[in-house]
Design a protein around this ligand. Structure first.
Ligand code: HGA
Length: 607
């Protein structure tokens, strides 16, 4: 959340920073702004709303100079207005900030008492005012920045430029990501490698607590004690072309169509084609003997984790504790020593999941993370990373990362079952075959898109929608409801199908459609009975099933989608694609901003 981009060099800074912000806009789009040094003077342009508004401002009031910083905001403190937009600054300094300064009220009171005049409602402005205060007292930019950073509590990635100091930029990170890009006579700062992708492939990531002093020729890194340190330059494989829409109307549409590809790529990494065995890298624990697993994640990744729990418990007989990352550590659960911590995150930067990772490590659990961003903070702090190979996911609503996470969790389950003796060779072969069939079956789901669009016609008219599922189809229902809420702004709730009669059944009437995720298999009959109960009360049923379940469902449901027949193990993957397409089609009918829904941002780097 919140994107930061900066450059010091020899070319005009504004277009470079602006294009960097374009690639970071998925992280926040409440407002945007850029500051440059124009003949040594700080100049700022800011605008509320999306980057296009800033572009319009820059058109009439261009910004000159070769040193610049920019920001896309997802507001935490202060309304999303132009006045609260970053960069914040004075005549001496301009800063951009991602994170939350938790002691900002104390610092603000202190600075106001010293005569500093604040202009915004944000926590972030405290950083600018404190640096300004130290500069006014005669300190150098480096001294003022370091002195300020020592006073900050909370989380930050920050970039600063200083009046009269062309070619100087100072960055720092504590709990929020920041990367330095190395160019030819120019250097860059960015929230992630995506921001820097077309500018350079040579990137160094700041460690937590690091500070970096950047000039066009070099970057000097300092650790949290202020000691100079080296940070390795990595050559990233990411190319700019990977982040286009490829002719699709939205990134979400493109990413939905990438489901088969990313499942296939992820399997390629985890399954040996010669032996058809799942091969994991060396693990931080012995899978055969771990007593329990703890899964934690946020949002869609949490639902992927719930499906993982069904698999790990049923197939590998591993008891699983699971909770959302923002709650896990507050419960202070008495975790069994020797358990394996398992985290799931697309960005690897989600603040709540990162905090949970640290909490699990602090009590001595080994941590395995299922991550899409392999250069992320979580990747660095985990004992083992299983990569999801989904490529950049730009749409704020996650789609392909989810099925890639499921693919990894399915492979982990197989490896775990083998190690624990709950899955014999034939069983492993059957499940691996089911996985290898998945990319083709996932592609077949799109042949139902027109029918799902008809279903969306009903959903788009509703104010409230219920999603129902049993077993591993229950978290799929949760994912469907979340996706619908996120991008169509229609209220949706998911219930375990058997729970409906314990409360939500009172909601049912003609105006509340019920979306059921009901694959054929052992739970089919019981789920069908729950749907009959809803039907008997006037509920309009919309069902995602498969060819074997379609006939019975079409007798009671208004729309039935017969998704491709797959092994029961992998039905959640196929069903997920169905409910995600439903959310997308509904959002199209509602005319919402599919890729950048209101109030949201991807990569939630604040708690
Ligand atoms: N607290 C700052 C930055 C917000 C942020 O990083 N969001 O992810 C603000 O509200 O501007």
């Amino acid at each position: 959340m919140c994107g930061i981009c900066g450059v010091v060099g020899h070319r005009p800074a504004t277009p470079i920073v602006f294009e960097g912000l374009r690639r970071l806009e998925y992280r926040g789009y409440d407002s945007a702004g850029i500051a440059t040094l124009d003949e040594g003077r700080i100049e700022r342009r800011r605008a509320a709303g999306k980057l296009d508004n800033l572009a319009a401002v820059l058109e009439t009031q261009p910004l000159y100079g070769t040193t610049g910083i920019g920001h896309t905001r997802w507001a935490t403190h202060g309304a999303p207005t132009e006045n609260n937009a970053h960069p914040h600054g004075t005549s001496r300094v301009a800063i951009v900030h991602n994170g939350i300064i938790e002691n900002f009220e104390t610092l603000r009171t202190e600075l106001e008492a010293e005569g500093q005049v604040f202009e915004t409602e944000t926590d972030s402005e405290t950083i600018a005012q404190m640096v300004d205060y130290y500069l006014a007292a005669g300190q150098s930019p480096r001294e003022a920045a370091f002195a300020t950073l020592r006073r900050l509590e909370g989380a930050y990635a920050v970039a600063m430029i200083f009046a009269g100091h062309e070619g100087l930029m100072i960055g720092a990170r504590h709990g929020a990501p920041l990367a330095v890009g190395f160019g030819d006579g120019e250097m860059f700062l960015g929230s992630d490698s995506l921001a820097l992708a077309p500018l350079t492939r040579r990137i160094a990531y700041l460690d937590d607590g690091d500070c970096v002093v950047i000039t066009p020729e070099k970057a000097e890194f300092f650790d949290h004690t202020g000691e100079p340190v080296e940070r390795k330059i990595q050559v990233t494989a990411l190319i700019a072309g990977a982040v286009g829409k490829d002719g699709y109307r939205h990134y979400m549409e493109k990413e939905l169509h990438e489901h088969p590809l990313v499942i296939g790529q992820t399997l390629q990494r985890m399954v040996d084609p010669a032996t058809r065995k799942v091969v994991l890298p060396p693990l931080p624990c012995d899978l055969a003997t771990i007593p329990r697993g703890v899964i934690t994640a946020c949002g869609s990744a949490y639902y992927a984790g719930m499906i993982g729990r069904y698999w790990l418990e049923e197939i590998a007989r591993l008891p699983i504790d699971i909770d959302v990352a923002s709650e896990l550590r507050y419960r202070n659960p008495p975790l069994t020593p020797g358990s394996l911590g398992m985290l799931i995150s697309q960005s690897g930067e989600t603040a709540d999941t990162l905090a949970a990772l640290r909490a699990l490590k602090a009590i001595g659990l080994p941590v395995l993370s299922v991550l899409n961003a392999e250069h992320s903070t979580m990747a660095r702090e985990s004992d083992l990373v299983l990569g999801t190979v989904a490529g950049p996911e730009i749409s704020v609503a996650s789609t392909k990362a989810f099925t890639a996470q499921l693919t990894v969790l399915a492979c982990l389950t197989i490896a775990m079952g083998r190690a624990r003796g709950t899955l014999d060779e034939a069983g492993e072969d059957e499940l691996v075959t089911a996985l290898l069939d998945l990319p083709g079956k996932a592609a077949e789901v799109f042949s139902h898109q027109a029918d799902i669009r008809k279903m969306a016609g009903i959903v788009a008219e509703a104010r409230d929608v219920l999603y129902l599922g049993r077993g591993s189809a229950y978290p799929v229902a949760m994912e469907g409801a979340l996706k619908l809420k996120e991008i169509s702004y229609i209220h949706a709730e998911a219930y375990a199908a058997g729970e409906m009669k314990h409360g939500p059944i009172s909601l049912i009437d003609r105006t509340v459609p019920i979306v059921a995720t009901i694959p054929s298999g052992p739970l089919f009959e019981k789920t069908l009975s729950n749907l009959q109960e809803a039907k008997a009360r006037g509920g309009r049923l919309l069902a995602f099933t498969d060819e074997a379940g379609a006939e019975r469902l079409s007798a009671i449901a208004e729309h039935t989608i017969a998704l491709p027949e797959v092994h029961p193990f992998v039905t959640p993957v196929i069903q997920t694609i169905g409910v995600q397409i439903l959310a997308y089609e509904t959002a199209l009918l509602k005319g919402t901003d599919v890729d950048q829904p209101r109030n949201l941002a991807k990569s939630v780097t604040v708690e």
